[in-house]
Design a protein around this ligand. Structure first.
Ligand code: PEP
Ligand code: MG
Length: 574
């Protein structure tokens, strides 16, 4: 029995076989006395097998939301058919006495190096696609199953060093019952995806020393993973899991009821979504709207940009999952550590502090214009609002607003149906915006507080680094003061303020946020039933005194203690 302790990133308990998602390959087989004809034959067979595999993935993805997000597969298929690439490999087998593995490896390395050395960022980024194709061929030659996480057939606990947005595209909750990663924090990509899928997750566990297929218990409530459990531990967790699921089902049955405190404060509980699937799941879990649509999902795993019509179809399709509610769409939030193949972003020394999000899109009309046009069209007959991410100075908001209004005017002149007045808000996720919240509130139509980044930048703690995750605590009084300041500034200016960082979906923070007067909580769909249930039990007048008590604390752990005691005395046990 082995225990891995990590950061509890998504609630729930799962039990299943470990599926180790390792991208690294074992050492290549060394061969002497190579039979060139046989090796050529093996190479040709691996080309056919990989092509069939790529076709199969493409076919499977075609029916899904990310219908156009398979261009990387197309690039790989083109390379597979490329005379130069295949020719060099065959040449090494025939004339240099290499086996198929060595030849594929050698040629792939050369091509990757050539692409990586190119000036053009777009082609430089193609190097990763070439490397990926090479490893698909090598896997096939070495008899290692090619990993396509969207094609898993049995339910598994997915264990990996880390998971990128492209790894997680197409994952299904009935196939991946839980996730566990060696690195990451509660606001890293894996955590956000797991919460949106409603499956338990554990991140930042350090080295995963578990065998493929081993039985694994993953407790996302306690931040614990147990591999090869003995019978009594297994029994204990089976009954905990059953109890946990019963509780969730009970909450889910009440999810549609409004989140009104016993003393009559109505709170909007809306969802953070990253595509059509999560919007559907939000609708089933009682979302009163969408408080954050992360539009990046449209730009992943493809080498071209989505055009205006495609974006229009995506935004309206998502909004129509929750008719009659409001939908806040965040403009593209990429750059630095969030690469998108179709966008040329030079490598940066410090990507978290770099040329990203609104800083990037304001400079590239080919990104900003089609997105804004699609949003203004979508808003013609729906309540779709535009949210600007990563705003650090007022001039960014002004420039974005001016551009949006110009686009709006020109569309009206073209007689394209658009909304009467665009609603343009900002993410308050950089300390400078929170500090200057009173000034921003005069020019923004709404605020949404992004605590994931607000914590990262206030506490100088990289949100993807498990080693500093304890510093990036949203209950730190420094962060709380900025949140309070932002809510107060919005209230004074009379503009709506929401919170869309992960804090909004954490019950520990619910009484404090109610006490601060927050009226819109936007969270992963899986958190909605639980947060709504807590709100229905908490009197806002009793929550108010918590604000001063927490803001006066010296440390996050003191704040946590106050809130835990309060919740224990107010929430019924289940
Ligand atoms: C945030 O920063 O709090 C946020 C909601 O945005 P993201 O997690 O996508 O950076
Ligand atoms: Mg953010």
């Amino acid at each position: 029995m082995k225990r891995l302790q990590g950061i509890a990133a998504s609630n729930g308990i799962a039990i299943g076989p470990a599926f180790l998602y390792r991208v690294e390959l074992p050492d290549l087989p060394v061969a002497s006395d190579v039979d060139a004809a046989a090796e050529l034959e093996r190479f040709e067979q691996s080309v056919s097998a990989v092509r069939a595999h790529l076709d199969a993935i493409e076919e499977r993805k075609r029916g899904q939301l990310h219908a156009d997000n398979f261009e990387i597969l197309e690039v790989q298929k083109e390379l597979l058919a490329d005379e130069e690439y295949g020719g060099q490999i065959r040449n090494r087998i025939e004339h240099k006495g290499l086996n198929a593995e060595a030849a594929v490896h050698e040629v792939t390395e050369i091509v990757v190096a050539e692409f990586s050395a190119l000036e053009d960022e777009y082609f430089r980024q193609r190097a990763a696609d070439v490397a990926d194709l090479g490893s698909r061929l090598l896997r096939n030659l070495m008899g290692i199953a090619d990993v396509d996480l969207s094609g898993l057939s049995e339910p598994v606990v997915l264990m990996a060093h880390d998971l990128s947005p492209s790894d997680t595209i197409g994952l299904e909750a009935d196939k991946v019952v839980a996730m566990c990663t060696e690195v990451g924090s509660a606001t890293s990509h894996t955590a956000i995806v797991a919460r949106s899928m409603g499956i338990p997750a554990l991140v930042g566990v350090g080295t995963i020393d578990v065998s493929d297929g081993a039985t694994v218990i993953l407790d996302g409530n306690e931040g614990l993973c147990i591999a090869d459990p003995d019978e009594s531990t297994l029994q204990e967790y089976r009954s905990r899991k059953e109890h946990d699921e019963e509780r969730r089902e009970k909450l889910l049955r009440m999810a549609d009821k409004p989140a009104r405190t016993p003393d009559g404060v109505h709170v909007h509980c809306v969802a953070n979504v990253g595509g059509l699937e999560s919007a559907r799941s939000a609708a089933k879990r009682g979302a009163d709207g969408i408080g954050l649509l992360r539009s990046e999902f449209l730009f992943l795993e493809r080498s071209t940009l989505p055009d205006e019509d495609e974006q229009y179809a995506a935004y309206t399709g998502i909004a129509d999952c929750l008719p009659g509610t409001h939908v806040v769409v965040r403009t593209l939030d990429v750059g630095g550590d969030k690469p998108v193949p179709a966008i040329r972003i030079p490598k940066e020394e410090n990507p978290f502090l770099g040329h990203r999000a609104i800083r990037l899109t304001l400079e590239q009309d080919s990104l900003f214009f089609p997105q804004i046009r699609a949003l203004l069209r979508s808003a013609a007959d729906r309540d779709i609002q535009i949210m600007i991410p990563f705003v650090s100075t007022l001039s960014e908001l002004r420039e974005a607003r001016e551009k949006i209004l110009q686009i709006h005017e020109s569309m009206k002149a073209e007689e394209i149906p658009v909304c009467d007045t665009p609603k343009i808000g900002i993410m308050v996720e950089i300390p400078s915006a929170a500090i200057m919240a009173d000034v921003f509130a005069r020019e923004a139509d709404f605020f949404s507080i992004g605590t994931n980044d607000l914590c990262q930048y206030t506490m100088a703690a990289d949100r993807t680094n498990a080693k500093v995750a304890d510093r990036a605590d949203f209950l730190d009084p420094a962060v709380l003061r900025l949140i309070k300041r932002s809510i107060d500034a919005a209230d004074t200016a009379g503009i709506p303020v929401a919170m869309c960082g992960e804090m909004a979906g954490s019950v520990i923070a619910t009484p404090l946020l109610l006490g601060m007067g927050l009226k819109e909580f936007s969270m992963s769909a899986s958190q909605l039933p639980e947060v709504k249930d807590a709100i229905r039990q908490l009197n806002s007048s009793e929550c108010r005194p918590l604000v001063e008590a927490c803001l006066d604390c010296d440390t996050a752990s003191q704040v946590r203690g106050i809130l835990q005691d309060f919740l224990e005395s107010r929430l019924r046990r289940s």
